[in-house]
Write a protein that binds this ligand. Structure first.
Ligand code: GLP
Length: 263
């Protein structure tokens, strides 16, 4: 059972994680991921509230009997997802929910390219049914189900723009195949054939450097800068449908955001 206490400290509340549920060291689920999930759950259940201060990395490491590096990895993930914020010299806090934070229009690659006046197309590099590794399994809530691993090279006006590795549960779109996907929008197929309407998503973006394999596919040099995007997309019923990692050529792709001071 989760046991925690809130200790008032000036204007902030420090949450004490002592006695909290233990991490399972003998499973394949990485420890940082387990800790990330525990903190996420506490935020979702209102046991950690916006403005609450987390204990130091050292304290968390002691409480959970894990290394500080593992704690840092879990906290970094949550900071990247906007669930925690770091205030320099003060510590790590539960983020205030941001109204309309990251609310941009959810588009498919095909729509995105169209908006830019470019024509999208794809080359299917592989489509296989796999037993997903733990992170994908958890994201898709896949249990023991098989998952499609779809790797596509995405073109804009016939020039490579991105490499995308998507994961989707087989049972929600059992008849997905290479033929259907050839130069057809995945989101369109999901909507038309399987009545799955992509509704909202969580996405992260970061800079990266192209590996040899990525460079070869994208027709760039090894070590050239790329934009790494990771997205978990949900359908109209709030079910996680697709987890994707995309590698975009940063010399060709610019991410556009419209900002407003009132949000
Ligand atoms: C974007 C998303 C991918 C998604 C793709 C679908 O690129 N990042 O997660 O697979 O759109 O695009 P399309 O419907 O054109 O196949």
């Amino acid at each position: 059972m989760l046991v925690y206490t809130s200790i008032p400290c000036k204007e902030v509340v420090i949450i004490n994680f002592k006695n909290i549920e233990n991490l399972k060291k003998s499973t394949a689920i990485p420890l940082y991921y387990q800790l990330e999930k525990i903190i996420t759950k506490m935020i979702e259940e209102g046991k950690l509230n916006p403005g609450d201060k987390l204990p130091s990395e050292r304290k968390l490491a002691d409480d959970f009997l894990i290394s500080r590096m593992t704690v840092r990895q879990a906290l970094n993930e949550l900071v990247n997802k906007g669930k925690l914020v770091r205030k320099s010299g003060l510590g790590t806090f539960v983020a205030k929910p941001k109204l309309q934070y990251g609310l941009f229009k959810l588009t498919s690659f095909t729509e995105d390219m169209k908006k830019r006046g470019l024509k999208a197309s794809s080359k299917i590099l592989s489509l296989e049914k796999i037993k997903p590794f733990e992170m994908v399994k958890n994201k898709l809530e896949a249990g023991d189900s098989y998952v499609y691993r779809l790797e596509r090279l995405r073109f804009a006006d016939d020039e490579p723009m991105a490499l995308e590795i998507s994961h989707l549960k087989v049972d929600i779109c059992p008849s997905l195949n290479r033929k259907k996907l050839k130069d057809q929008s995945l989101y369109q197929i999901l909507a038309d054939e399987f009545k799955i309407i992509m509704n909202h998503a969580e996405e992260t973006m970061e800079g990266g450097l192209a590996t040899a394999r990525e460079a070869e596919r994208l027709n760039i040099q090894v070590g050239d800068s790329v934009l790494l995007r990771e997205r978990l997309t949900y359908d109209q019923n709030d079910n996680p449908v697709e987890f994707v990692k995309s590698i975009y050529r940063s010399d060709r792709y610019k991410f556009y955001i419209s900002l407003n001071k009132d949000v």
